[in-house]
Design a protein around this ligand. Structure first.
Ligand SMILES: *Cc1c(COP(=O)(O)O)cnc(C)c1O
Length: 417
């Protein structure tokens, strides 16, 4: 018996034409110019992205430029170490630029080209989205303006250098706290001024309609490939699928093809230092319904309904909301939202590095850590984990704060053979 047969028509039903996933999503922007820009965008996406030509060109780019399909790798040593759970990694770390973000940036770049736009505009926090988008802009021969808080520019020198090397303009934002929130405002303001020539490209499956839909569609390649690869390797479906949730793009792309299958799905949120407001970025686990950045979802907010301060040692996960589709799937009880703290993630990073020779991003390590939790239960089952990115960007931070693994693992009573 498949308990999830009622999800057979899911993709036809959600989102609605105006971008709603149940009561979540929509477009709550107040600026009339921006609303016009987003309407044009949604229309462009709905017509162009369904054309055979667009789909064929995107498929070619994924294969020849990005290196897709990425492998689905059966971690035999890791699986043997913990008993009877078979762990498979969907290797988005092997996607060009080292993470899944390029999947939607190439789609957004291609859409810009078909819409006759000359420039891509975005904000970036840690710089990962900026680098992926600058890569897409270089590929398509488009200009690229990346808005970035001055505080983040100082902290993320290697990614700033990458963006500049790729030909992007990194535009410092110097008001307020000089971080991601101010950069979002500056990028929206620029888009409102320049939308005749430019499109705005979001970094995750959040924001006003059409972004949650568009980013999900472009990221769905992860789950489509993983599902087919798993069936080809084993002859059956996995029991469980796991991915980390920041804004939710790698997770929704992984999950959607499995929604109508008898498969348990886990979205892993960062618990950071703990459950108190400000110590984590587990938006669905600890947040409530609210509107920010132009969309309705479940988010961590203060008493005025404004985005609350968030924390995780994974800079790609410290976003105060999850995308609206995650909020709805949570309310439907279709996806389990669970948490992993800073140290559990680092433990998984060290274990995967030593046992399998794969250094994962700290973000992705949250998903790996939850798979290890499942494995420690000792039941016979199989798990696909999306490894959203590689850990090279995190090496200095990990070495400085947690060392290279010997003392850390010993302290936690873990012996590797
Ligand atoms: C940005 C990022 C994430 C989080 O973004 P989602 O939109 O939630 O997928 C996860 N992993 C890596 C490696 C990232 O760069």
């Amino acid at each position: 018996m498949n308990p999830y047969r009622n999800f057979d028509n899911y993709l036809k039903e959600y989102p609605t034409e105006d971008g709603y996933f149940g009561k979540y999503g929509g477009n709550y922007l107040e600026d009339a110019e921006l609303l016009r820009a987003f309407c044009e965008y949604a229309e462009g996406y709905n017509t162009i992205a369904q054309s055979a030509q667009f789909i064929a060109e995107l498929r070619r780019i994924r294969k020849d430029f990005q290196g897709r399909p990425t492998p689905l790798y059966h971690c035999q040593k890791l699986s043997n170490m913990f008993g009877r759970t078979q762990i498979y990694l969907k290797r988005e770390d092997l996607n060009h630029t080292g993470a899944h973000k390029l999947n939607h940036c190439m789609g957004e770049g291609l859409l810009a080209k078909y819409m006759g736009k000359k420039k891509l505009i975005a904000e970036t926090g840690a710089g990962q989205h900026g680098v992926a988008l600058a890569t897409a802009a270089a590929y398509f021969g488009l200009a690229c303006d990346i808005y970035m808080g001055e505080v983040d520019i100082a902290k993320q020198a290697p990614n700033v250098a990458r963006m500049k090397m790729l030909g992007a303009n990194v535009i410092p934002v110097s008001h307020g706290l000089k971080t991601l929130k101010e950069a979002v405002d500056a990028a929206f303001a620029a888009y409102s001024r320049e939308y005749h020539e430019a499109i705005y490209c979001i970094g995750t499956a959040a924001g006003p309609h059409p972004f949650p839909l568009m980013v999900r569609d472009f990221q769905q390649v992860i789950g489509d490939e993983a599902r087919a690869q798993f069936i080809e390797q084993t002859g059956h479906l996995p029991d469980k699928v796991v991915a980390c949730v920041g804004g939710g793009s790698n997770a929704i792309g992984t999950f959607v093809p499995f929604l109508a299958d008898p498969v348990e799905i886990y979205g892993v949120e960062p618990l950071g230092r703990g459950a108190a407001l400000g110590d984590n970025a587990a938006s669905i686990s600890y947040g409530r319904e609210g509107v920010m950045h132009g969309f309705n979802s479940i988010m961590l907010s203060d008493e005025n309904g404004d985005p609350a301060p968030v924390y995780s040692n994974a800079s790609g996960l410290d976003y105060p909301a999850a995308g609206p589709e995650h909020a709805m799937l949570h309310d439907m009880n279709r996806i389990h939202y669970v948490t992993i703290d800073d140290e559990e993630a680092i433990e998984a990073l060290f274990i995967l590095s030593r046992v399998e020779g794969i250094i994962p991003a700290i973000e992705s390590s949250h998903a790996v850590a939850y798979a290890l939790k499942i494995a420690r239960e000792g039941k016979p089952n199989s798990v696909i984990v999306t490894l959203s990115g590689r850990g090279d960007k995190d090496l200095d931070y990990v070495a400085e704060h947690y060392g290279y693994g010997d003392a850390f693992l010993r302290k936690r009573g873990i012996v590797l053979k």
